[in-house]
Design a binder for this molecule. Structure first.
Ligand code: ADP
Length: 163
């Protein structure tokens, strides 16, 4: 049985992430989405909120689970007995960083490989930060995230819209 982890911040999950989750779930028996609990960053959503939002969006995918993790991603992958990690690639800018990250991870843990999925062109421009930026100015984010997620984001910005 093959097991993969898909780590990230998912603050919040977007259609780009969901596309990667859906496609990855087709070529591994179990996919564990790892939501990073990073005390150095101040996310818009708590880990619990991020997990709940992803779970609501992937309820149709029976072989996908969502868990939180902190610390090194390779340790999380080992703990989950994963055969490989999944990362998404959007543009050349992602590539340099992701290459460096995957090579560092290989140094730290030779047994954990990284598999890259290129983004669906429809979502190539999409990132959680862009979604938050647009939402903070009261812009329409319905093409970027599912309705349930859009509602949660708008709630966070209620009463404190910028610009
Ligand atoms: P990070 O892990 O850098 O905090 P994210 O949580 O935003 O970033 O993303 C997790 C993973 O999903 C990364 O591999 C990232 O490249 C990928 N990803 C993010 N947005 C998209 C998108 N629109 N299309 C494909 N992959 C994406």
């Amino acid at each position: 049985m093959s097991i993969a982890v898909y780590p990230g911040s998912f603050d919040p999950v977007t259609f780009g992430h969901l596309d990667i989750i859906e496609r990855a779930s087709r070529f591994t028996d179990r996919l564990i989405v790892g939501v990073l609990n990073n005390s150095a960053k101040t996310p818009l959503f708590t880990v619990e909120e991020r997990i709940r939002m992803i779970e609501e969006c992937i309820s149709g995918l029976k072989n996908v689970e969502v868990r939180s993790f902190s610390g090194l991603t390779v340790n999380f992958a080992r703990q989950e007995k994963a055969d490989f990690m999944i990362r998404g690639l959007r543009a050349v800018t992602d590539f340099e960083y992701e290459l460096q990250l995957s090579q560092t991870n290989r140094k730290l843990a030779e047994d954990v490989d990284t598999v890259f999925l290129t983004t669906n062109l429809k979502y190539a421009y999409l990132s959680s930060s862009i979604v938050k930026e647009v939402a903070s100015y009261g812009g329409d984010i319905s093409e970027f995230v599912p309705d349930t997620v859009a509602r949660e984001i708008m709630k966070k910005y209620e009463g404190k819209l910028r610009g």
